[in-house]
Design a protein around this ligand. Structure first.
Ligand SMILES: Cc1ncc(COP(=O)(O)O)c(C=O)c1O
Length: 400
């Protein structure tokens, strides 16, 4: 009987149980040291992240949102300058741009990968008069087209800042770790990330020693020498407790990535067997099941599946979510309103129809449970319920 199984979108308890002894030990170590902000745990974690990501410098900070603000300040962006970023992303990407006093310029996504479309980014960037940076987001754990975006940034003299909040360990189409090509990459250790802390945490990485130095200053109120302030920075430091927990978790990260990738492969196979194509086939095309699994860039790229996001006809998406909820299956909508249509950005003049691929993704996508500790029975239950519902209800929805 599969119907009695419940499947939360994310359950962190089994992960903690599996590494409880290691975690409890390092928490006790930090508590005993009574060093809670920055300090040796943070420095050791920064070193380990730099090594893992293959970059020269890592600067721990308060969270992935502040990391973007810090990155923009570190490159010396001036108020009023423009930053091209995707509209279909978590709020922080655009929110941080605005918080740094800059103007977000929205670009559409590639409907296959949901990542910033280099073609559209080039189009909107060419209309900018004060372009300073481009922020690709490696959405859901899959790399944006870094080759094209890097070339665009170089051509237009714009810094590339990689919002890698969801993508630690992800590799791009050329097999390079994400975060190694931009001027700065920004990371989040929010608990739901593949590498998640016991609270908020973030990181900036860079290969440039000057930028690293600036980031270190900016995260402590723009100060290198205590009470001497060269810049107006922020209180954007990383806690020692978070660093200690994250150091333990980093040792297990590759195993967890593989668990997520196995679950994704299971869903891909189940959906394909039911007649679904991947997101390269638009929903209106193809004769099979109107469900699209996420397209993965082929190896040497590596998707780390922070989220597994499928696509169904817009008339069906919310009903599917309701049905899965009745079956005790947790889902989430990432993200129901693209940034160009958010109330707080109204003054930028965004309008419906402006970015069709972002707007379509916002009403057609839904994230399924993918965390590494999912049991075989749980993931089978999810796949079965999704397929059954879409099969039964798709005829009316496709016509919507
Ligand atoms: C794409 C993206 N950017 C930035 C952030 C911000 O990270 P944080 O929540 O650590 O501030 C997130 C967090 O969910 C994110 O998904």
């Amino acid at each position: 009987m599969t119907t009695a199984i419940s499947v939360p979108l994310l359950d962190l308890k089994p992960q903690y149980q599996a590494i409880k002894a290691e975690i409890d030990e390092v928490i006790a170590r930090v508590v005993t040291s009574q060093v809670f902000v920055l300090g040796p745990e943070v420095e050791a974690f920064e070193q380990e992240i730099a090594t893992y990501c293959g970059v020269r410098h890592a600067v721990g900070c308060s969270n992935g949102s502040d990391a973007i603000v810090l990155a923009l300040q570190a490159i010396g962006a001036k108020p009023g300058e423009e930053v091209v970023c995707p509209s279909y992303t978590f709020f922080a990407t655009g929110g941080a741009v605005a918080r740094a006093g800059l103007k977000p310029v929205w670009a559409d996504i590639d409907p296959v990968t949901y990542n910033l479309s280099p073609r559209h980014a080039a189009e909107v960037a060419q209309q900018c008069r004060r372009l300073r940076a481009i922020i690709p987001v490696h959405l859901y754990g899959q790399s944006a087209d870094m080759e094209a975006i890097h070339a665009l940034g170089s051509r237009l003299g714009a810094a590339v800042i990689e919002d890698a909040a969801q993508a630690i360990g992800c590799k791009d189409a050329q097999g390079a770790m994400v975060g190694t090509r931009g001027a700065v990459a920004t990371w989040s250790f929010f608990p739901s990330k593949n590498l998640g802390g016991f609270g908020d945490g973030g990181m900036c990485t860079t290969n440039c020693p000057n930028l690293a130095d600036m980031l270190r200053m900016l995260r402590v109120h723009g100060s290198r020498v205590k009470y001497m302030h060269k810049h107006v920075g922020m209180n954007g430091r990383l806690d020692a407790l978070q660093a200690a927990v994250l150091r333990v978790k980093l040792r297990h990260l590759e195993t967890w990535h593989e668990g997520r990738r196995r679950n994704a492969a299971f869903y891909d196979k189940a959906f394909s067997a039911a007649g679904a194509a991947d997101s390269r086939t638009p929903l209106g095309q193809g004769s099979g099941l109107p469900l699209r699994s996420p397209f993965q860039l082929p190896a040497p790229a590596r998707h780390i599946f922070n989220q597994y996001v499928i696509r169904v006809p817009r008339g069906l998406r919310d009903d599917l979510r309701g049905h899965l909820s009745e079956q005790k299956i947790g889902t989430e909508i990432y993200y129901p309103v693209p940034l160009h249509l958010q109330e707080c950005f109204e003054h930028l003049g965004g309008r419906e129809g402006q970015l069709p691929h972002s707007e379509a993704a916002a009403v057609e996508t839904i994230a399924l449970p993918i965390f590494p500790e999912l049991t075989e029975a749980q993931r089978a239950h999810v796949a079965e319920q999704v397929v059954q519902f879409v099969r039964t209800h798709s005829k009316s929805a496709v016509a919507v």
